[in-house]
Design a protein around this ligand. Structure first.
Ligand code: FES
Length: 154
């Protein structure tokens, strides 16, 4: 795993490749999130300083787009599909069960950093609805009773 210093150096190089151009802010934030996994305030401040813009402008963009996050991701990312096919087949009940077991809400990470829970709109596996993904693995045709057993594998 890279150190924070190395991550900042890599981000610095990327920003320079973009000629410290504020119009590249979204691309730079994507790069930063890819490096750090999320966008904490010190990373936002670093970017603002490099682009010579106010950090509130960076913060505004981060909070506007749902694909940017200021919360560190857990070791395992759970995605529950809430697309139409999954929804009509009970995806909401799956979500409720995961929230109950992990004691977190959609979008949150467990205090031990083990799981992050998120939802998606159709992951392209409608034939398997309802679908849940954990990291790169897809679980289909799920029932609420399956959830405990699956989570205990992580
Ligand atoms: S709606 Fe869930 S995979 Fe398509």
């Amino acid at each position: 795993m890279k150190s924070n210093k190395e991550l900042f150096a890599e981000l610095d190089t990327f920003i320079e490749e973009k000629h410290n151009d504020p119009s590249e802010l979204i691309a730079i934030l994507h790069k930063a999130q890819g490096l750090f996994g999320y966008l904490p305030m010190n990373v936002q401040q670093f970017i603002a300083d490099k682009l010579k813009i106010n950090v509130s402008r960076v913060y505004g963009v981060v909070t506007f787009y749902s694909f940017f996050t200021m919360v560190p991701k857990g070791d395992n990312v759970i995605n529950i599909c809430l697309g139409t096919a999954c929804f009509v087949r009970g995806a909401n009940d799956l979500l409720a069960r995961v929230e109950e077991i992990l004691k977190i809400k959609n979008g949150e990470t467990t205090p031990d950093g083990k799981f992050t829970l998120t939802t998606l709109r159709c992951v392209g596996a409608c034939g398997l609805a309802p679908v849940m993904q954990i990291n790169d693995k897809t679980y289909g045709n799920l029932k609420v009773d399956d959830i405990d057993g699956i989570l205990s594998q992580y």
